[in-house]
Design a protein around this ligand. Structure first.
Ligand SMILES: Cc1cc2nc3c(=O)[nH]c(=O)nc-3n(C[C@H](O)[C@H](O)[C@H](O)COP(=O)(O)O)c2cc1C
Ligand code: SF4
Ligand code: SF4
Length: 280
């Protein structure tokens, strides 16, 4: 059996989850023999291998942005095709909520010839997390990666059992709930923020501290959308930037930062640990 992983992961949390699920696939003791895994990383470009035969399997791992699948992930994966190929759909989120992302990803892959047979929602450090406003800092941790490997093993066994697996209803996958007060506070914050944006729109962008920047070019290399030009790292193209914070997290001298009022409100209201959830 062969499993193809397709992923989009600007800050790398989804990449770690994807690797652990693939490890679980590979170490599963199945009657059909070992599972061979291949990774197609779509963070920087659309994958070259886009067709997965029906007797193989696929794993899709994408981040949640605003309760949906990150739009750039869907653009990158648009050309991938299955032929009744079983697929595992996994969304990675920053400990707030997955919204409709799992349902959206399952529908997206189904439209392209895959059969979603399992789903998962895993927590990764929030893109906006900073030492002052930590949000799911250092996730995924060992426990998360164990859960990811377990999912890989369970899916591999299910697929190797021979029977054609039925499609799952990904809308049944729910992230752990947040306390009601936190939800109310967050909704009120978002409503206030939207009102302010209507009156005085402000397009937030990452900034570069010119005094610290060594022009190493790492942020430009890490940017999934080419919003930073090599040699002009203090500039960010507002039309290309998706605010993924890969440049901020990857700068070795902390010269890049992204200041957003969301960081404090998320850190305050979504501090309680949420465990991964799976459906198969
Ligand atoms: C623009 C944007 C919107 C986000 N929206 C959500 C969200 O709605 N819910 C949530 O829990 N996390 C949200 N996050 C956090 C990411 O889903 C989370 O950090 C994820 O681990 C990033 O995946 P990656 O490391 O694979 O890039 C958002 C992050 C960004 C950049
Ligand atoms: S990664 Fe940091 S130090 Fe390197 S060019 Fe970018 S902002 Fe400058
Ligand atoms: S410039 Fe924007 S899109 Fe590029 S890595 Fe930084 S936050 Fe992400």
């Amino acid at each position: 059996m062969k499993c193809h992983t397709y992923l989009f992961s600007p800050t790398g949390t989804g990449r770690r989850i994807a690797r652990a699920i693939a490890e679980g696939f590979a170490e599963a003791d199945t009657q059909a023999g070992p599972v061979e895994t291949t990774t197609h990383d779509a963070t920087y470009a659309a994958p070259e291998t886009a067709s997965v035969p029906g007797d193989e399997a696929a794993l899709f791992v994408v981040p949640v942005y605003g309760g949906r699948v990150a739009p750039t992930a869907l653009q990158r994966l648009d050309g991938v095709r299955g032929a009744g190929t079983p697929a595992v759909v996994v969304v990675v989120y920053g400990n707030r909520d997955i919204g409709s992302a799992a349902t959206e990803l399952a529908a997206f892959v189904a439209e392209r010839g895959f059969v979603p047979v399992a789903a998962g929602a895993f927590v990764g450090e929030h893109s906006y997390s900073t030492p002052a406003t930590p949000i799911a800092a250092a996730r995924p941790d060992a426990q998360d990666l164990d859960a990811a490997r377990r999912l890989g093993r369970e899916v591999a066994r299910k697929l190797a059992s021979g029977a054609t697996p039925a499609a799952i209803d990904a809308s049944r996958l729910r992230a752990a709930r947040s306390p009601l007060l936190s939800l109310v506070r967050f909704i009120l914050f978002v409503l206030r923020y939207r009102r302010q944006q209507k009156r005085r729109p402000v397009r937030l962008l990452p900034q570069t501290d010119a005094a610290r920047c060594t022009h190493c070019g790492r942020c430009a290399a890490l940017c999934p959308t080419g919003a930073i030009a090599r040699g002009e790292e203090e500039r960010t193209d507002p039309a290309r930037c998706i605010r993924c914070c890969a440049c901020v997290k990857g700068c070795p001298v902390a010269a890049r930062s992204f200041t957003t009022p969301f960081a404090a409100v998320l850190a305050r209201n979504f501090a309680r640990r949420k465990e991964p959830v799976t459906l198969l």
